[in-house]
Write a protein of this length. Structure first.
Length: 762
């Protein structure tokens, strides 16, 4: 039984690649310095996999920025606007072109925008979106895959396994940049380059080649299915002797099973962590010529593998296919897990014993194989760890479970309808037409960040820290009052991050020291770990919100992160459904909302920017997800009286297909991101006749550019043509924490001015 690995995190245990790339970008590192770090990391990662006994060790899974961008370069799919990067500056090489595509290029008199970036399926990893034009050409351009194979071959005992993104998935993750063609029709032009690459690899001595086609586990059109048949028939006809390992992950093959198993490849990989039920179906249809790689170790989470469960899959496959045709592997690339649990020295040892990061997961693959060969001791140790987790008092809180179970529809329901609440709130707040507000955070200046760093190091006492935060808060309040905003915020100066802040104050969460996961390019995130039943031992935000409210006669918004967003941006438990965990968070947030109301806060915002990104990959699963996600939000929001106004906020607002569910959240006010699309995104709300109040963002906070009054007036007018003017709020697209004060101040003065101008017209 071969032990297979699909991909390894590449940034390095101590984020070495991040540091090296940033030094290269700032000119402090030369090309050789950068390449030396990259080479060292590759060798290290191969060594770790060798030590873990992996047979099929991937190469070309390393990337300086992103594996989809690597593929674009391999295929010579380089948008024309980047040509001058090489021609205008002769000293530039492929790596500079590559980074220019990833990050834009502002040098040598050039100003070229970066390529678009978007999320890789339902992960938090962002890839660079391939661009396609009508007369698109492909040619073998970058030799990276060969260089990496040859380097690996020098250092590995087993023949390395090159990894590449398959042709159909490559087309589907991209975007047409011109009208009048369908990118899937480019398959005929694309396949010849793949054939060339595969034959070159064979020439260098490659055996197994992993070809990733995650799209096989998604909803496919007829034409896309035909593209699969065409591409793989052509490849098998023209690449004799290459052993293709067709790799799927993140979802079940489902109705595409027959298509997938009948493609002419040597092996198929399926993800049994995300989609265990597909095994029977696949086994029943798999032709005798194809081996099966079983993805049993979770590549998306940080929990120790449950060997009993994995072994049941493995044994079933061995019975059906024989040991020689079965491989064992993680479900997907380990790119999405942190590097090495051994580096964590502060996690409670009981909990640490339930966890596994990338390095430990390789070991799990190895151990599963040993257990199949009869090693019973390893199995017993695992059974013990798993049952200690199942029974641990650290996780299981009877009262939390009971309360979650007892949630009723009444708990998810405000006392009165929106129409009735709106009247009550209008009478209470007496806000002007087009009330102005902001989304919550104000600039997190270096001064503010350094306060937190100094507190952590013990250079500041808590009292000194609080005093400095109080001062920043009061300054922000005075300033908001002066420019005439209607509903104020306290500025979120006390928060490091909108999820971490709450995780640190809730029971059931833990934080790692080095649990970094690549988000995009050199950017890594360190998600909190939800390990147990969640409860709220004390108020989380009341101190700062009531301090802020006490310092102004204006309305002060309380500011919370919603349950779905907290779930979505954390590593979650795998021993209960996501919905269950979300409801637990929802109850904690509900208690905080009620506590804020009792402390005299009249307007409370519950941010839910991640609702949309939580959508399942398959449309058939959307309804179930949306049901509990929306209900959890409602549970968090419905503990208050009619007169208390609940806001929510969402960025990335492409809501066309879920607008009914957004309306169903029944927030009194929703603020959304719309300015970059010139209010186009608002049409979904208009078409739906969205009934509640809404603040479509009137300026883009992602750019330092200051919007003019006229611009914002016309955006608000546009919104007022689409929806009742009496329901419209005026606010920026999102929080201002990444901005600097100078541009923020001018922009908000202009924004208030725009609202005032429009009020005078009525
Ligand atoms: N209240 C948060 C802020 O203003 C919202 C951030 C977000 O939507 N991502 O920063
Ligand atoms: Zn936002």
């Amino acid at each position: 039984m071969l032990k297979n690995n699909l991909g390894y995190p590449r940034v390095g245990a101590l984020r070495e690649l991040k540091k090296a790339s940033e030094l290269y970008w700032s000119g402090q590192y030369g090309r050789d310095d950068l390449f030396a770090v990259a080479r060292k990391l590759r060798l290290q990662h191969w060594q770790i996999q060798t030590d873990a006994g992996i047979d099929l060790i991937p190469c070309n899974d390393f990337s300086f920025y992103d594996q989809v961008l690597d593929t674009s370069l391999m295929l010579g799919n380089i948008p024309e606007r980047y040509t001058p990067v090489l021609t205008q500056n002769k000293a530039n090489t492929e790596i500079d072109l590559y980074f220019a595509m990833a990050r834009g290029y502002q040098r040598d008199g050039l100003d070229i925008t970066a390529m678009e970036m978007t999320k890789w399926f339902d992960t938090n990893y962002h890839y660079i979106v391939p661009e396609f034009v009508k007369d698109q050409q492909f040619r073998l351009f970058s030799e990276k895959i060969f260089d990496e194979f040859n380097l690996a071959k020098q250092h590995l005992q087993n023949t390395p396994k090159p990894v590449l993104i398959g042709p159909v998935t490559y087309l589907l993750v991209g975007k047409e940049k011109q009208a009048g063609f369908d990118r899937i029709d480019l398959i005929k032009k694309l396949v010849p380059v793949y054939i060339e690459v595969l034959n070159r690899l064979k020439g260098y001595g490659a055996g197994w080649v992993q070809i990733d086609e995650p799209y096989l586990a998604l909803d496919l059109t007829q034409k896309e299915k035909e593209a699969y048949v065409y591409a793989y028939k052509e490849i098998s006809k023209n690449c004799k002797g290459v052993k293709l390992l067709l790799t799927t992950y993140f979802e079940s093959l489902h109705e595409n099973t027959e298509l997938a198993v009948n493609l002419p490849v040597s092996a198929l990989h399926i993800d049994l962590v995300r989609a265990p039920h597909q095994l029977d179906h696949v086994l029943s249809l798999l032709p005798a010529s194809i081996s099966l790689s079983l993805g049993v170790v979770d590549g998306r989470n940080i929990w120790k593998n449950d060997y009993i469960r994995s072994l049941s899959h493995i044994k079933k496959a061995i019975t059906a296919l024989g040991k020689d045709r079965v491989m064992v592997a993680p479900g997907c690339s380990l790119l999405h897990t942190p590097f090495d649990l051994d580096l964590e020295t502060t996690i409670n040892p009981e909990i640490k014993n339930w966890m596994a990061f990338a390095k430990q997961k390789l070991n799990e693959v190895n151990e599963l194989a040993s257990i199949i060969d009869g090693d019973n001791e390893l199995l017993q140790a695992n059974i013990q760890a798993i049952s200690s987790r199942n029974l641990s008092k650290l996780i299981h809180k009877h009262d939390v479970k009971q309360r979650t179970e007892a949630i009723t529809d009444t708990d998810a329901q405000r006392d009165s309808s929106f129409a009735a609440r709106q009247k009550i709130q209008q009478a209470r707040f007496k806000l002007p037409l087009y009330p102005t507000t902001t989304i919550g955070s104000f600039p997190q200046t270096d001064d503010i960040r350094s306060l937190r760093a100094r507190l952590k190091k013990g250079e500041l006492t808590t009292a000194q820290y609080d005093e400095a935060i109080e001062k920043a808060t009061i300054d922000a309040i005075r300033w908001q009052e002066n420019i005439g905003l209607d509903v104020l915020v306290h500025g979120e100066f006390e928060r490091n991050d909108m999820v971490e802040y709450f995780g640190e104050r809730l029971d059931g969460f833990l934080f790692t020291k080095n649990g970094w996961v690549q988000s995009y390019g050199s950017r890594c995130v360190k998600p909190p770990v939800i390990y147990g039943d969640i409860s709220r031992p004390a108020d989380m935000t009341v101190r700062w919100s009531s301090f802020a409210q006490a310092n102004t006669n204006k309305l002060m918004k309380g500011m919370l992160t919603g349950p779905v967003t907290i779930l979505q941006w954390s590593f979650v438990r795998d021993d209960q459904p996501r919905s269950e965990t979300t409801y637990q968070i929802a109850l904690a947030i509900r208690d905080e909302v009620v506590a804020l109301e009792q402390a005299g806060i009249k307007v409370i915002q519950i941010d839910e920017p991640a609702i949309r990104e939580g959508l399942p990959l398959r449309k058939k699963d959307w309804a179930a997800y949306l049901h509990w996600a929306v209900r959890a939000f409602r549970v968090s929001a419905s503990g208050v009286r009619d007169e208390t106004q609940i806001h929510t906020h969402m960025c990335y607002s492409e809501f066309n297909d879920i607008i009914g569910n957004i309306a169903d959240m029944d927030a009194d006010v929703i603020t959304i991101e719309t300015s970059r699309s010139q209010m186009d995104l608002l049409s979904a709300f208009a078409d739906f006749k969205y009934p509640n109040e809404i603040g479509p963002g009137v300026y883009d906070i992602h750019s330092p550019r200051v919007p003019t009054v006229t611009e914002m007036v016309s955006l608000i007018e546009k919104a007022a043509n689409l929806l009742p003017a009496g329901n419209i709020w005026v606010n920026p697209d999102c929080g201002l924490k990444t901005r600097h004060w100078p541009e923020t101040q001018v922009a908000l003065v202009n924004m208030v001015q725009a609202a005032k101008q429009l009020r005078q017209l009525v």
